[in-house]
Design a protein around this ligand. Structure first.
Ligand code: HGY
Ligand code: MN
Ligand code: MN
Length: 412
């Protein structure tokens, strides 16, 4: 009987559009930074919807939200679905939100058809997946999975100077439940691909088998601020010149390990003292390395350290290079991947297996519970951009796969 079950596509779409009104930007994107007032509003709306759907809400020490739907056997660990509601500063409507609200749509559909699963279900909203306001990314799922410790997370300082713990208290989401030690029978995260492959291949759903690893760095170069007119070229200690060499070297490291390497100096880039007629004295910037193979990420790391030291020596700069996070390449659980595959076959959606280029909360949760992901295509593969766009029918296909994968994993 349940094979014919399908979610309500319009209700899912309308919920995503309703959530997008919170922190909506003038260009059609989303601005709901972690622990901001907009994040609070999004959380409150999510809690309201889940309560209306008969779930009970638990909030842990880092603000992770767990909306629980009882099953027949509540002694079993829940089958969890979820992602994140926080966004990039100028992000899209679907990154993260799709995964959280797809979980809600599954619960709403099961309620409608009075279907009770054997294991309980949980819909999860992970705090600070993006890492844009408080680095590193996937912070709260990382603590939940034992990758970071609680104090490290609570002490993070935002790009705007705010402290994580204080902001969590301020928005009223500093829960009293410990973060972690909360096993799942399975965790399935729906997400947009944020790359071009599924759209190019004409597929509605990606069966994600693993995620590539990544390293994040904070780099500072300090030289000598001085007058641009009266200071000879010889002997200058121009920090921005050093950064320029490193930007180019980072791109060359990606070429060295092409085609799978990704290496980027990000758009969080600060030059001081910021005057046109002062030689730049200091530059602060970030580097983001990604690759499916751990040994290659290690080789990229060595190459970066070597070139930074050489540039600093050549120009007479002080170098600070700090690795702020490392997420290893993550294979997903075979049983969960098979359940997603089986749900694709059952619902008849076009699909293919795929690697995740982006990091996700599932990458950490996979270390503590059986985990996998379901991707849907986004237009031109564009994400982390206000122009992010997804077809309603692809969201519907992905959410139907989630529904049937969860039914499979939650049965006795
Ligand atoms: O950086 C990432 O891959 C994710 O969007 N946090
Ligand atoms: Mn995301
Ligand atoms: Mn993102």
């Amino acid at each position: 009987m349940t094979e014919q079950l399908r979610i309500n596509s319009q209700r899912l779409w309308d919920s995503i559009m309703e959530m997008a009104k919170i922190g909506a930007t003038a260009n059609g994107g989303s601005h709901r930074l972690t622990l901001s007032d907009e994040d609070k509003q999004g959380r409150d709306l999510f809690a309201e919807w889940c309560t209306a759907a008969g779930c009970t809400i638990t909030v842990d020490r880092l603000g992770n939200m767990f909306a629980r739907r009882r099953g027949k056997d509540n002694s079993r660990p829940p089958v969890a679905m979820g992602s994140h509601l926080d966004t990039q500063p100028y992000g899209g409507k679907f990154d993260g939100v799709f995964g959280v609200l797809a979980g809600l749509e599954v619960v709403r559909t099961l309620n409608e058809h009075q279907i009770e699963t054997d294991a309980p279900l949980e819909i999860v909203n992970w705090t600070n997946e993006e890492g844009a306001r408080f680095a590193p990314s996937m912070l709260a799922s990382g603590v939940f999975a034992g990758h970071f410790d609680l104090e490290f997370a609570l002490s993070r300082i935002a790009t705007d100077g705010a402290e994580f713990a204080a902001e969590l208290e301020r928005i009223g989401y500093a829960g009293d439940v410990i973060c972690g030690n909360h096993p799942f029978t399975a965790f399935i995260e729906c997400h947009i691909e944020q790359g071009p492959i599924l759209e190019q291949q004409g597929k509605s759903v990606g069966v994600v088998t693993h995620a590539q690893g990544f390293r994040w760095y904070d780099i500072s170069l300090s030289g000598q601020a001085a007058h641009t007119g009266s200071t000879p070229m010889v002997g200058r200690r121009n920090a921005l010149l050093g950064a320029a060499h490193i930007i180019h070297a980072v791109d060359e490291i990606a070429q060295e390990y092409a085609p799978d390497a990704r290496a980027t100096v990000g758009s969080q880039f600060q030059v001081t003292p910021g005057s046109r007629n002062i030689i730049p004295g200091k530059v602060d910037f970030t580097v983001d390395f990604r690759h499916p193979v751990a040994e290659t990420i290690a080789a990229m790391d060595s190459a970066l350290r070597e070139v930074c030291q050489q540039v600093a020596y050549d120009i007479g700069l002080d170098l600070s290079l700090e690795q702020i996070s490392y997420t290893p390449p993550t294979p997903f659980d075979k049983k969960c991947v098979a359940a997603v595959q089986q749900a694709c076959d059952l619902t008849g959606v076009s699909h293919q297996q795929i690697l995740s280029g982006a990091g996700h909360d599932a990458c950490y949760i996979a270390h503590v519970s059986p985990t996998s992901m379901i991707f849907v295509p986004c237009k031109d593969g564009i994400s982390h951009n206000e122009a992010e766009s997804v077809k309603q029918e692809d969201l519907e296909a992905g959410c139907n796969v989630l529904l049937h994968a969860v039914l499979e994993l939650a049965q006795a």
